[in-house]
Design a protein around this ligand. Structure first.
Ligand code: ADP
Ligand code: MG
Length: 264
């Protein structure tokens, strides 16, 4: 035993099959509807661990609806949604456990106006981490540092620019170190410079933390270059699923119309 312990450590190669098990999000034949009216039909989608996936498509095509199926807000009328290799729970307890591992950045930022930036970021830690106050403070500050906002920790949301508020909301979404981040239109209301900052920040977090990101956006030019996978939602289904390069090069008339006509 002694000789065994002091010998060189042999790395054990465990082959990981490239199947649904390595996908952080997996949808198969999913149908999503409101009041019996289908918005999306026959959706198949896999988002690999550590990838950054752009969900693009015109306004009203069903991008937010697709996210709602991943968070469990919307139960599919048909098909299966798996997150972290498990079907999305339908009971409150299971859903809460899944959502603690899910960072969500919504369009309105959702920052509480009566709290400072630091207090906003500390909220999820207060609610769910069970850590002592000093540790919560330290972790919240570290998250603000990660988004370049440490100097604004004691400011109130109304004192922030649009881009800073978006980054503060991002820090809060990441407070519990979720392995998966969902962003719904993270560039809305931001000027081109702030948009560039937010997208490159998302990419940096994706690459440095191995954070899997799904970014819903209709801003193709800003979003596509920093992603690994691109999906286009149109006409009730996925009009494209592939690499950003393949999408850019597509000659499909519907895709070209969307790509060439999208806002700058
Ligand atoms: P996107 O995010 O791509 O702009 P949405 O997913 O918000 O599109 O909406 C897709 C379609 O579903 C739209 O026609 C919209 O009006 C409809 N829709 C969205 N949410 C609801 C809802 N809660 N009830 C009924 N219809 C909805
Ligand atoms: Mg939307």
């Amino acid at each position: 035993l002694r000789g065994y312990l002091s010998g060189p450590v042999q790395p054990v190669e465990i082959p990981i099959p490239m199947t649904a098990t390595t996908a952080v999000v997996h949808l198969s034949n999913v149908r999503l509807e409101y009041g019996g009216r289908a918005v999306l039909r026959g959706i198949n989608l896999s988002v690999a661990k550590g990838s950054m996936t752009a969900v693009l498509g015109p306004s009203g095509s069903g991008k937010s609806t697709l996210l709602a199926a991943i968070t469990g807000e919307l139960v599919p009328a048909q098909g299966q949604v798996e997150v972290f290799g498990q079907p999305v729970p339908r009971d409150a307890r299971g859903l809460l456990a899944m959502r603690k591992r899910l960072g969500v950045l919504l369009q309105g930022n959702g920052l509480l106006t009566d709290l400072t930036v630091l207090e906003n970021v500390a909220l999820p830690l207060r609610a769910h981490s069970g850590l002592p106050a000093a540790e919560i403070q330290a972790r919240a500050l570290a998250k603000l540092e990660a988004v370049g906002l440490a100097a604004a920790a004691d400011r109130f949301p109304r004192e922030l620019s649009g881009g800073m508020a978006r980054r503060a909301a991002l820090a809060r979404a990441l407070a519990l170190d979720p392995p998966l981040l969902l962003c719904d239109e993270p560039l809305t209301g931001l000027d081109p410079i702030a948009s560039g900052v937010v997208m490159s920040l998302l990419r940096q977090l994706n690459q440095s933390l191995g954070l899997t990101c799904i970014v819903v956006s209709h801003h193709v030019r800003e979003t596509l270059p920093v992603c690994d996978q691109a999906v286009v939602v149109a006409n009730g289904g996925l009009a494209f699923d592939g690499t950003p390069e393949a999408l850019q090069a597509s000659q499909d008339p519907l895709l070209r119309q969307f790509l060439d006509g999208s806002p700058h």
